[in-house]
Design a binder for this molecule. Structure first.
Ligand SMILES: [Zn+2]
Length: 174
């Protein structure tokens, strides 16, 4: 019987090689990745900043803050080709990247797209096609901004905790 963190491999066959195992802290038998220089584990759904594996990306310099994203899975990386420089078997996090929607809409593909209502200037979207595999030492806990998830967009249900985007303070994003 297998115990421990999920394994990312070239050809997954076993349950512990699946994204289901890698996205659950119940399955990892108390084994986790940790934020650098802490004893604080990184859990799926945590919001984080991270440096990507593109050595030409501005996140590698001090001119741009690291990327923003949400942890979707964690495990040990045994794949033959790894996009990061950590050794085989090292702990990695799979991170779904966030992007400011106005940056996303500036891509040539979307330049003629008009959203109704128009996006808020501090509104992010989660990129389905951009999952980064990041060694644990390149993850930072998100502390410089507050992010609210809008689960009720265009819903007719008004919850007491719903907030207007007009009331966002400068370090708050949706
Ligand atoms: Zn980057």
């Amino acid at each position: 019987m297998f115990f421990g963190m999920a394994r990312f491999v070239d050809s997954p066959k076993e349950l512990w090689e699946s994204i289901a195992w890698a996205s659950s802290i119940r399955c990892s038998s108390g084994q986790y990745g940790y934020y650098p220089n802490t004893t604080e584990p990184v859990f799926p759904s945590d919001l984080v900043r991270f440096k990507c594996n593109d050595t030409q990306c501005l996140c590698q310099t001090m001119t741009q803050k690291p990327h923003l994203g949400q942890i979707v899975a964690f495990g040990r990386d045994f794949r033959t080709y790894r996009e990061h420089s950590s050794p085989e078997g090292s702990i990695v996090l799979k991170v779904q990247r966030f992007q400011l929607i106005n940056q996303f809409l500036s891509r040539p593909t979307y330049q003629n797209l008009t959203l109704d209502p128009p996006p808020h200037s501090r509104e992010f979207i989660m990129l389905d096609d951009t999952i980064d595999v990041v060694p644990e030492e390149l993850i930072e806990r998100l502390t410089d901004i507050t992010v609210y998830f809008d689960y009720a967009f265009r819903s007719s249900v008004q919850l007491p905790s719903d907030r207007s985007t007009d009331s966002l303070s400068p370090n708050e994003h949706i």
